[in-house]
Design a protein around this ligand. Structure first.
Ligand code: IPM
Ligand code: MN
Length: 357
Protein backbone atom coordinates (compact mmCIF):
# COMPACT_ATOMS: atom_id res chain seq x y z
CA UNK A 1 0.00 0.00 0.00
CA UNK A 2 1.12 3.54 -0.65
CA UNK A 3 2.84 4.82 2.46
CA UNK A 4 2.56 8.52 3.22
CA UNK A 5 4.59 10.10 6.01
CA UNK A 6 2.34 12.74 7.55
CA UNK A 7 4.42 15.43 9.22
CA UNK A 8 1.95 18.05 10.40
CA UNK A 9 4.37 20.12 12.49
CA UNK A 10 3.50 23.28 14.38
CA UNK A 11 1.04 26.17 14.49
CA UNK A 12 -1.71 25.70 11.92
CA UNK A 13 0.11 22.62 10.53
CA UNK A 14 -2.07 19.98 12.26
CA UNK A 15 -5.42 21.56 11.33
CA UNK A 16 -4.60 22.14 7.65
CA UNK A 17 -3.05 18.69 7.25
CA UNK A 18 -6.18 17.17 8.82
CA UNK A 19 -8.24 18.73 6.01
CA UNK A 20 -5.92 17.36 3.32
CA UNK A 21 -6.15 13.87 4.87
CA UNK A 22 -9.93 14.15 4.89
CA UNK A 23 -9.84 14.91 1.16
CA UNK A 24 -7.39 12.07 0.40
CA UNK A 25 -9.52 9.64 2.41
CA UNK A 26 -12.54 10.59 0.32
CA UNK A 27 -10.82 9.33 -2.87
CA UNK A 28 -11.09 5.69 -3.84
CA UNK A 29 -7.40 5.06 -3.22
CA UNK A 30 -6.09 3.39 -0.10
CA UNK A 31 -3.22 5.05 1.69
CA UNK A 32 -1.26 4.09 4.73
CA UNK A 33 -0.91 7.41 6.59
CA UNK A 34 1.89 7.40 9.16
CA UNK A 35 2.10 10.49 11.36
CA UNK A 36 5.32 11.65 13.04
CA UNK A 37 6.36 14.75 14.98
CA UNK A 38 8.47 17.39 13.27
CA UNK A 39 9.63 20.96 13.92
CA UNK A 40 8.79 22.37 17.35
CA UNK A 41 6.62 19.30 17.90
CA UNK A 42 9.67 17.10 17.20
CA UNK A 43 11.79 19.12 19.61
CA UNK A 44 9.09 18.87 22.27
CA UNK A 45 8.90 15.07 22.18
CA UNK A 46 12.39 14.02 21.09
CA UNK A 47 14.64 17.02 21.73
CA UNK A 48 15.28 17.55 17.99
CA UNK A 49 13.23 19.24 15.26
CA UNK A 50 13.87 16.27 12.95
CA UNK A 51 13.82 13.22 15.25
CA UNK A 52 15.68 10.20 13.83
CA UNK A 53 12.45 8.16 13.71
CA UNK A 54 10.70 10.91 11.74
CA UNK A 55 13.54 11.05 9.21
CA UNK A 56 13.55 7.24 8.90
CA UNK A 57 9.80 7.26 8.27
CA UNK A 58 10.16 9.96 5.61
CA UNK A 59 12.94 7.94 3.96
CA UNK A 60 10.83 4.78 3.91
CA UNK A 61 7.61 6.42 2.70
CA UNK A 62 6.50 6.87 -0.91
CA UNK A 63 5.83 10.55 -0.25
CA UNK A 64 5.82 13.07 2.58
CA UNK A 65 2.87 15.32 3.32
CA UNK A 66 4.20 18.21 5.35
CA UNK A 67 2.27 20.94 7.21
CA UNK A 68 4.39 23.77 8.57
CA UNK A 69 7.01 24.30 11.25
CA UNK A 70 7.93 27.14 13.57
CA UNK A 71 6.66 28.83 16.67
CA UNK A 72 7.84 31.86 18.65
CA UNK A 73 8.38 29.56 21.63
CA UNK A 74 11.39 28.11 19.84
CA UNK A 75 12.92 31.36 18.57
CA UNK A 76 15.49 31.44 21.34
CA UNK A 77 16.83 27.93 20.71
CA UNK A 78 20.26 27.57 19.06
CA UNK A 79 19.93 27.48 15.26
CA UNK A 80 20.51 23.73 14.97
CA UNK A 81 17.50 23.02 17.20
CA UNK A 82 15.08 25.49 15.62
CA UNK A 83 11.97 24.09 13.92
CA UNK A 84 13.14 25.33 10.47
CA UNK A 85 16.02 22.85 10.64
CA UNK A 86 13.47 20.07 10.18
CA UNK A 87 12.49 21.13 6.70
CA UNK A 88 16.08 21.97 5.73
CA UNK A 89 17.19 18.55 7.04
CA UNK A 90 14.46 16.73 5.10
CA UNK A 91 15.42 18.57 1.91
CA UNK A 92 19.05 17.64 2.40
CA UNK A 93 18.60 14.01 3.50
CA UNK A 94 15.94 13.17 0.90
CA UNK A 95 17.92 15.07 -1.78
CA UNK A 96 14.89 17.16 -2.66
CA UNK A 97 16.65 19.47 -5.10
CA UNK A 98 13.70 20.63 -7.20
CA UNK A 99 11.03 22.80 -5.65
CA UNK A 100 8.00 23.45 -7.86
CA UNK A 101 5.97 26.43 -6.73
CA UNK A 102 3.05 27.23 -8.97
CA UNK A 103 1.41 30.65 -8.60
CA UNK A 104 -2.03 30.38 -10.11
CA UNK A 105 -4.71 32.99 -9.81
CA UNK A 106 -8.16 31.50 -9.57
CA UNK A 107 -10.54 33.74 -11.52
CA UNK A 108 -12.84 33.99 -8.49
CA UNK A 109 -10.02 35.49 -6.41
CA UNK A 110 -8.91 38.23 -8.81
CA UNK A 111 -10.20 40.92 -6.44
CA UNK A 112 -8.22 39.45 -3.52
CA UNK A 113 -4.91 40.32 -5.23
CA UNK A 114 -3.19 43.55 -4.27
CA UNK A 115 -2.59 44.22 -7.98
CA UNK A 116 -5.21 45.43 -10.44
CA UNK A 117 -7.38 42.56 -11.74
CA UNK A 118 -6.32 43.16 -15.37
CA UNK A 119 -2.63 42.76 -14.43
CA UNK A 120 -3.19 39.40 -12.72
CA UNK A 121 -6.22 37.87 -14.46
CA UNK A 122 -5.43 34.28 -15.54
CA UNK A 123 -1.97 34.44 -13.99
CA UNK A 124 -0.30 31.03 -14.12
CA UNK A 125 3.41 30.97 -13.28
CA UNK A 126 5.61 28.07 -12.22
CA UNK A 127 8.67 28.84 -10.15
CA UNK A 128 11.28 26.10 -10.21
CA UNK A 129 13.51 26.78 -7.22
CA UNK A 130 16.73 24.86 -6.63
CA UNK A 131 16.37 23.58 -3.08
CA UNK A 132 19.43 21.74 -1.86
CA UNK A 133 22.34 24.06 -2.60
CA UNK A 134 23.27 27.75 -2.63
CA UNK A 135 23.94 29.92 0.40
CA UNK A 136 21.46 27.82 2.39
CA UNK A 137 23.89 24.91 2.60
CA UNK A 138 27.28 26.27 1.42
CA UNK A 139 30.27 25.85 3.70
CA UNK A 140 32.04 27.52 5.41
CA UNK A 141 29.55 29.52 7.38
CA UNK A 142 29.53 30.86 10.88
CA UNK A 143 30.09 33.77 13.19
CA UNK A 144 33.70 34.49 14.12
CA UNK A 145 35.81 37.06 15.86
CA UNK A 146 37.81 39.40 13.64
CA UNK A 147 39.78 42.57 14.17
CA UNK A 148 38.02 45.71 13.02
CA UNK A 149 39.77 48.78 11.58
CA UNK A 150 40.67 50.04 15.04
CA UNK A 151 42.15 46.57 15.82
CA UNK A 152 39.40 45.85 18.26
CA UNK A 153 37.68 42.47 18.38
CA UNK A 154 34.39 42.40 16.56
CA UNK A 155 32.19 39.56 15.33
CA UNK A 156 31.42 38.89 11.70
CA UNK A 157 28.86 36.54 10.22
CA UNK A 158 29.62 34.75 6.96
CA UNK A 159 27.90 32.32 4.60
CA UNK A 160 29.03 30.77 1.35
CA UNK A 161 27.05 30.96 -1.86
CA UNK A 162 27.99 27.95 -3.95
CA UNK A 163 26.67 26.04 -6.94
CA UNK A 164 28.32 23.27 -8.89
CA UNK A 165 27.74 22.84 -12.60
CA UNK A 166 26.00 19.49 -12.01
CA UNK A 167 23.60 21.02 -9.49
CA UNK A 168 22.67 23.77 -11.94
CA UNK A 169 22.38 21.29 -14.78
CA UNK A 170 19.88 19.01 -13.01
CA UNK A 171 17.58 21.83 -11.88
CA UNK A 172 17.77 23.40 -15.35
CA UNK A 173 16.67 20.08 -16.87
CA UNK A 174 13.64 19.95 -14.56
CA UNK A 175 12.75 23.51 -15.54
CA UNK A 176 13.17 22.97 -19.29
CA UNK A 177 11.02 19.83 -19.10
CA UNK A 178 8.33 21.71 -17.17
CA UNK A 179 8.45 24.51 -19.77
CA UNK A 180 8.04 21.95 -22.57
CA UNK A 181 4.75 20.85 -20.98
CA UNK A 182 3.55 24.47 -20.67
CA UNK A 183 4.01 27.46 -22.96
CA UNK A 184 7.67 26.64 -23.77
CA UNK A 185 9.08 29.82 -22.26
CA UNK A 186 11.68 29.73 -19.51
CA UNK A 187 13.22 32.64 -17.63
CA UNK A 188 16.39 31.97 -15.67
CA UNK A 189 16.94 34.41 -12.81
CA UNK A 190 20.39 35.16 -11.44
CA UNK A 191 22.72 37.99 -10.43
CA UNK A 192 25.36 37.29 -13.07
CA UNK A 193 26.44 40.95 -13.17
CA UNK A 194 27.85 40.59 -9.65
CA UNK A 195 28.18 36.95 -8.53
CA UNK A 196 30.50 34.19 -9.79
CA UNK A 197 27.91 31.59 -8.76
CA UNK A 198 25.44 33.30 -11.05
CA UNK A 199 27.91 33.54 -13.93
CA UNK A 200 28.38 29.77 -13.78
CA UNK A 201 24.61 29.34 -13.36
CA UNK A 202 23.94 31.33 -16.53
CA UNK A 203 26.63 29.59 -18.61
CA UNK A 204 25.32 26.19 -17.51
CA UNK A 205 21.66 27.01 -18.20
CA UNK A 206 22.64 28.23 -21.68
CA UNK A 207 24.48 24.97 -22.26
CA UNK A 208 21.51 22.84 -21.08
CA UNK A 209 19.26 24.86 -23.41
CA UNK A 210 20.92 23.16 -26.42
CA UNK A 211 18.99 19.99 -25.52
CA UNK A 212 15.68 21.87 -25.51
CA UNK A 213 15.63 23.85 -28.76
CA UNK A 214 11.82 24.13 -28.59
CA UNK A 215 11.99 26.17 -25.36
CA UNK A 216 12.62 29.90 -25.57
CA UNK A 217 15.13 30.84 -22.86
CA UNK A 218 15.61 34.32 -21.41
CA UNK A 219 17.66 35.63 -18.50
CA UNK A 220 16.89 38.28 -15.91
CA UNK A 221 18.84 39.68 -13.00
CA UNK A 222 16.98 39.01 -9.78
CA UNK A 223 16.33 42.68 -8.98
CA UNK A 224 14.78 43.22 -12.39
CA UNK A 225 12.83 39.96 -12.08
CA UNK A 226 11.31 41.19 -8.80
CA UNK A 227 10.26 44.39 -10.55
CA UNK A 228 8.83 42.63 -13.62
CA UNK A 229 6.87 40.24 -11.40
CA UNK A 230 4.76 43.11 -10.10
CA UNK A 231 4.82 45.17 -13.32
CA UNK A 232 3.78 42.51 -15.82
CA UNK A 233 3.59 39.11 -14.09
CA UNK A 234 1.81 37.47 -17.00
CA UNK A 235 4.93 37.90 -19.13
CA UNK A 236 6.35 34.93 -17.18
CA UNK A 237 5.64 31.27 -17.63
CA UNK A 238 8.35 29.11 -15.99
CA UNK A 239 11.04 30.73 -13.84
CA UNK A 240 14.13 28.80 -12.77
CA UNK A 241 16.39 30.16 -10.07
CA UNK A 242 18.59 29.30 -7.11
CA UNK A 243 17.58 28.55 -3.55
CA UNK A 244 17.80 32.04 -2.05
CA UNK A 245 16.40 34.01 -4.99
CA UNK A 246 13.68 31.38 -5.37
CA UNK A 247 12.71 31.69 -1.72
CA UNK A 248 12.13 35.41 -2.14
CA UNK A 249 10.54 35.43 -5.60
CA UNK A 250 8.14 32.61 -4.76
CA UNK A 251 6.67 34.53 -1.82
CA UNK A 252 6.33 37.55 -4.07
CA UNK A 253 4.64 35.54 -6.83
CA UNK A 254 2.38 33.91 -4.24
CA UNK A 255 1.04 37.24 -3.11
CA UNK A 256 0.09 38.18 -6.69
CA UNK A 257 -2.56 35.49 -6.42
CA UNK A 258 -4.29 37.11 -3.48
CA UNK A 259 -3.15 34.87 -0.69
CA UNK A 260 -0.21 32.68 0.10
CA UNK A 261 -2.87 30.46 1.70
CA UNK A 262 -3.72 29.15 -1.77
CA UNK A 263 -0.33 27.96 -2.94
CA UNK A 264 0.91 24.38 -2.86
CA UNK A 265 4.44 23.17 -3.49
CA UNK A 266 6.29 20.01 -4.39
CA UNK A 267 9.90 19.27 -3.49
CA UNK A 268 11.25 16.49 -5.65
CA UNK A 269 14.29 14.25 -5.77
CA UNK A 270 15.65 12.43 -8.80
CA UNK A 271 13.23 9.51 -8.26
CA UNK A 272 9.52 9.77 -7.56
CA UNK A 273 10.04 10.61 -3.90
CA UNK A 274 8.68 14.01 -2.99
CA UNK A 275 7.69 16.21 -0.10
CA UNK A 276 4.51 18.22 -0.46
CA UNK A 277 3.75 21.27 1.61
CA UNK A 278 1.87 24.55 1.43
CA UNK A 279 4.07 27.51 0.48
CA UNK A 280 3.02 29.37 3.63
CA UNK A 281 4.32 29.00 7.17
CA UNK A 282 2.93 27.87 10.51
CA UNK A 283 1.07 31.11 11.38
CA UNK A 284 1.10 30.52 15.16
CA UNK A 285 -0.99 33.69 15.65
CA UNK A 286 -4.06 32.00 14.18
CA UNK A 287 -3.33 28.39 15.19
CA UNK A 288 -6.16 26.35 16.70
CA UNK A 289 -8.83 28.93 15.85
CA UNK A 290 -10.29 27.29 12.75
CA UNK A 291 -9.15 30.32 10.73
CA UNK A 292 -6.40 28.93 8.50
CA UNK A 293 -6.92 28.32 4.80
CA UNK A 294 -6.43 24.58 4.15
CA UNK A 295 -6.52 24.90 0.35
CA UNK A 296 -2.74 25.17 -0.15
CA UNK A 297 -2.29 21.89 1.74
CA UNK A 298 -5.18 20.23 -0.09
CA UNK A 299 -3.65 21.35 -3.41
CA UNK A 300 -0.26 20.03 -2.21
CA UNK A 301 -1.93 16.64 -1.72
CA UNK A 302 -3.08 16.90 -5.34
CA UNK A 303 0.52 17.56 -6.41
CA UNK A 304 1.56 14.50 -4.42
CA UNK A 305 -0.92 12.36 -6.36
CA UNK A 306 0.41 13.77 -9.62
CA UNK A 307 4.19 13.70 -9.05
CA UNK A 308 4.84 10.88 -6.57
CA UNK A 309 1.87 8.54 -6.82
CA UNK A 310 1.10 8.55 -10.57
CA UNK A 311 -2.58 9.29 -9.99
CA UNK A 312 -3.12 12.32 -12.22
CA UNK A 313 -6.90 11.83 -12.47
CA UNK A 314 -7.25 11.95 -8.69
CA UNK A 315 -5.13 15.11 -8.67
CA UNK A 316 -7.41 16.65 -11.29
CA UNK A 317 -10.42 15.72 -9.17
CA UNK A 318 -9.08 17.55 -6.13
CA UNK A 319 -8.14 20.62 -8.16
CA UNK A 320 -11.60 20.69 -9.76
CA UNK A 321 -13.22 20.39 -6.33
CA UNK A 322 -11.20 23.37 -5.05
CA UNK A 323 -12.32 25.45 -8.04
CA UNK A 324 -15.89 24.41 -7.34
CA UNK A 325 -15.89 25.55 -3.70
CA UNK A 326 -14.38 28.87 -4.75
CA UNK A 327 -17.09 29.24 -7.39
CA UNK A 328 -19.65 28.52 -4.67
CA UNK A 329 -18.33 31.63 -2.92
CA UNK A 330 -16.78 29.87 0.09
CA UNK A 331 -13.79 31.75 1.50
CA UNK A 332 -11.54 31.46 4.52
CA UNK A 333 -10.70 34.78 6.18
CA UNK A 334 -7.48 35.35 4.17
CA UNK A 335 -9.33 35.34 0.83
CA UNK A 336 -12.65 36.75 1.97
CA UNK A 337 -14.05 39.72 0.05
CA UNK A 338 -17.44 41.38 0.53
CA UNK A 339 -20.25 39.35 -0.99
CA UNK A 340 -18.57 35.98 -0.40
CA UNK A 341 -19.29 33.52 2.38
CA UNK A 342 -16.74 33.24 5.18
CA UNK A 343 -16.01 29.71 6.41
CA UNK A 344 -13.54 28.14 8.82
CA UNK A 345 -10.76 25.64 8.19
CA UNK A 346 -12.87 22.55 8.80
CA UNK A 347 -15.89 23.76 6.86
CA UNK A 348 -13.60 24.48 3.90
CA UNK A 349 -12.18 20.95 4.10
CA UNK A 350 -15.70 19.49 4.30
CA UNK A 351 -16.79 21.58 1.30
CA UNK A 352 -13.89 20.23 -0.81
CA UNK A 353 -14.79 16.66 0.18
CA UNK A 354 -18.39 17.31 -0.83
CA UNK A 355 -17.32 18.89 -4.12
CA UNK A 356 -15.36 15.73 -5.04
CA UNK A 357 -18.59 13.82 -5.48
C1 IPM B 1 10.27 28.13 2.47
C2 IPM B 1 10.63 28.61 3.85
C3 IPM B 1 11.93 27.95 4.26
C4 IPM B 1 12.99 28.39 3.28
C5 IPM B 1 12.38 28.19 5.71
C6 IPM B 1 11.28 27.84 6.70
C7 IPM B 1 13.63 27.44 6.04
O1 IPM B 1 10.71 30.00 3.86
O2 IPM B 1 10.01 26.92 2.32
O3 IPM B 1 10.22 28.94 1.54
O4 IPM B 1 13.61 29.45 3.45
O5 IPM B 1 13.21 27.66 2.31
MN1 MN C 1 10.20 30.94 1.97
Amino acid sequence: MTKIAVLAGDGIGPEIVAQALKVLEALDVSFDFEPAPVGGAGYAVAGHPLPAATLALAQAADAVLFGAVGDWKYDTLPRELRPEQAILGLRKHLQLFANLRPAVLYAELASASSLKPEIVADLDILIVRELSGDIYFGQPRGIRLVLDGAFKDCREGFDTMRYSESEVRRIAQVAFQAAQKRSKRLTSVDKANVLETSQLWRETVIDVARDYPDVELSHLYVDNAAMQLVRAPKAFDVIVTGNLFGDILSDQAAMLTGSIGMLPSASLSAGHKGLYEPAHGSAPDIAGQDLANPLATILSAAMMLRYSLQQPQQADRIEAAVKKVLAQGLRTADIWTPGTHKVGTQAMGDAVVKALA
